[in-house]
Design a protein around this ligand. Structure first.
Ligand code: DQA
Length: 148
């Protein structure tokens, strides 16, 4: 089972940005926890972070070529704007989970809009770093049930 975690703009600054929304853990620390959990579940986990929309699109294209089974994506602010990322996820055409550390629905109205929620397997929002952990368990359980 191959899963890719994609993080978009400003998420490389976790631990140094708005702790009340995003918690105090750095992305590298979150990824370490995910690596351990993936090992336990026998998932091959890949990590990608970029502050650039096109690079995220290209990472999703690469996921198609590499036959990745599922994606966990926190597209950051691009969640609310990026038709290009939506289109790339449609090309991917396999399950993905939209993740947010903060509860986007408890924040500004522009964060209530997502370009990708309606095509996602599901959305996990508001559990700080645990949002990724919960998403990993969710995609694992989903793929276990559906993957031949
Ligand atoms: C975020 C929420 C977005 O609105 C914001 O632009 C981010 C992070 C989150 O994880 O809560 O960069 O995706």
């Amino acid at each position: 089972m191959k899963v890719l975690i994609i993080n978009g703009p400003n998420l490389n600054m976790l631990g140094k940005r708005e702790n009340t929304h995003y918690g105090s853990q750095a992305l590298s620390e979150i990824n370490e926890i995910l690596k351990k959990e993936a090992k336990r579940l026998n998932i091959k986990l890949g990590f990608f972070q970029s502050n650039t929309e096109g690079e995220i699109v290209s990472a999703i294209h690469k996921a198609v070529e590499e036959n990745i089974d599922g994606i966990i994506i926190n597209a950051g602010a691009y969640t609310h704007t990026s038709i290009a990322i939506r289109d790339a996820l449609l090309i991917f055409n396999k399950p993905f989970i939209e993740v947010h550390l903060s509860n986007v629905f408890a924040r500004e109205e522009f964060r209530h809009i997502s370009m990708i929620s309606d095509i996602a397997l599901g959305v996990i929002s508001g559990f700080k770093e645990d949002s990724y952990y919960l998403a990993l368990l969710a995609i694992y359980r989903h793929l276990q049930k559906t993957k031949a």
